[in-house]
Design a protein around this ligand. Structure first.
Ligand code: IPE
Ligand code: IPE
Ligand code: MG
Length: 226
């Protein structure tokens, strides 16, 4: 088995990391967002062309305190502002997946202009960033759209309209933070993914951990029902 084309990561454990180290969940989110670049650079180096990261779920938005969510929005805006040059330099295309249209206007505008700016160039990495994302809603919306446009409801049409249509399905899904669940992430796309659950909290997850996962992955016999 060769290296994967697409890795997806549920970056869980920021809050616990911040609480444990600084008695402040927000510091965990700050640290977590900073940890993304290492993984991105590793994927580019290894020529893994697709990376999908779960940054914020639809349920997070609905169920967490306004304070935490607003702080995450602020972090995200600052991060994008500061890093756009970096994404350009490394030829990274960003595709925000999720119900972006329901985000506050200033953030939404920023996400749209950021991905438009980066999509002008040929890319080495497609980075799908899931924000206000729910896999169930994604599938539901695709089905509704097929009905509205009088298209056949079949597997290939559904796949054409998923947010991740420009990436193949992830061969690997990693979740940090110790829990073994998908929390409404890529439920359709995960049909044959290899799942790796890591005890480490996301800010502690390093390139060496990803290398270990890849070592295991290349030894796995994938059957796809054969
Ligand atoms: C994941 O970390 C990032 C987001 C959901 C924004 P959490 O905030 O869920 O961290 P824990 O699981 O509470 O430690
Ligand atoms: C999943 O983590 C969402 C992200 C990592 C962005 P959660 O912390 O929201 O998941 P649950 O609530 O523990 O299932
Ligand atoms: Mg969590």
């Amino acid at each position: 088995m060769s290296l994967p084309n697409h890795i997806a990561i549920i970056m869980d454990g920021n809050g616990r990391w911040g609480k444990k180290n600084f008695n402040n969940r927000l510091i965990g989110h700050e640290k977590g967002i900073k940890n993304i670049r290492n993984i991105v650079e590793f994927c580019i180096k290894k020529k893994i062309p697709h990376l999908t990261i779960y940054a914020l779920s639809k349920d997070n938005l609905k169920k967490r305190s306004k304070n935490e969510i607003n702080n995450i929005f602020k972090l995200l805006k600052n991060y994008l502002q500061k890093n756009i040059y970096y994404f350009k330099k490394y030829k990274i295309k960003i595709n925000f997946i999720g119900e972006i249209q329901l985000l506050p206007i200033s953030l939404r505008k920023m996400l749209i202009s950021c991905s438009e700016e980066l999509n002008k160039f040929k890319s080495k990495l497609i980075l799908n960033v899931a924000i206000n994302y729910s896999s169930k809603t994604e599938i539901l919306n695709v089905v509704k759209m097929l009905i509205k446009n009088k298209k056949k409801i079949n597997v290939s049409n559904i796949e054409k309209y998923l947010f991740t249509a420009s990436s193949n399905h992830p061969e690997i899904i990693i979740r940090t933070g110790g829990y073994k669940r998908l929390s409404d992430f890529l439920l359709w796309q995960a049909a044959y993914s290899e799942l790796f659950f890591q005890k480490k909290l996301w800010p502690d997850f390093k390139v060496a951990d990803l290398q270990n996962i890849l070592k295991k992955f290349i030894k796995i016999k994938r059957n796809f029902g054969k």
